[in-house]
Design a protein around this ligand. Structure first.
Ligand code: FE2
Length: 192
């Protein structure tokens, strides 16, 4: 559904980003429960894929200069991530790398922002506090669910949660686009 996701199957070479990611990711990272892995690895610049040092990735950023100069890597083990909206960005291109077959992103229509939420978060359970990256939200019905199988622009300003129903750890890369979702679609469709 265009309001939430826009697939970009030909935007980039997923295998290339897979190879780059495999050089960054560690066993310890994959074994760390999702909420802690975010702070320790995903959001830690030491574990970013650096776009500026990479000719191929930089050539894509030259075409679409609103892409950030780094790409983050995310892991999600069996379980559910609480519904949230991304606070530090409005949209991103998510790139499926490994074990994404039994995973879905769910979008919700109505929501109320919460200061904190008690819930599971991947393999962890706890009280999670909204922060500079995400605001947790209270939601009702899922309006749209999407399985990430090709590079896809996601409207991360809309409330969403993630489920992994398999026992395998999903790995994706996420490349932030520095504008809102609808503008990003137009620019990514037509070149910039
Ligand atoms: Fe998110």
């Amino acid at each position: 559904m265009k309001k939430y996701i826009y697939e970009l199957p030909d935007l980039l070479d997923t295998d290339y980003i897979f190879e780059k990611s495999m050089k960054v990711i560690t066993t310890e990272w994959l074994e760390t429960p999702a909420p802690y892995a975010l702070g320790k690895y995903t959001d830690n610049p030491d574990y970013y894929i650096n776009v500026k040092n990479d000719k191929y990735l930089e050539s894509i950023r030259l075409k679409y200069p609103k892409l950030k100069d780094y790409i983050k890597i995310l892991k999600s083990e069996n379980g559910t991530w609480p519904a949230h909206i991304d606070k530090w960005r409005k949209t991103a291109i998510n790139i499926p790398l490994k074990n994404y077959d039994d995973c879905q992103t769910h979008f919700y229509k109505e929501y109320t922002e919460l200061e904190e939420v008690d819930s599971t978060f991947g393999s962890a359970t706890g009280t999670w506090t909204s922060n500079k990256y995400v605001s947790y939200v209270e939601t009702k019905d899922v309006i749209f669910s999407h399985k990430l199988v090709v590079p896809t622009l996601l409207n991360t300003a809309e409330p969403h949660s993630i489920t992994n129903n398999s026992t395998q750890v999903r790995i994706i890369a996420s490349w932030t686009y520095d504008d809102n979702y609808m503008t990003a679609i137009e620019e990514l469709r037509h070149g910039h």
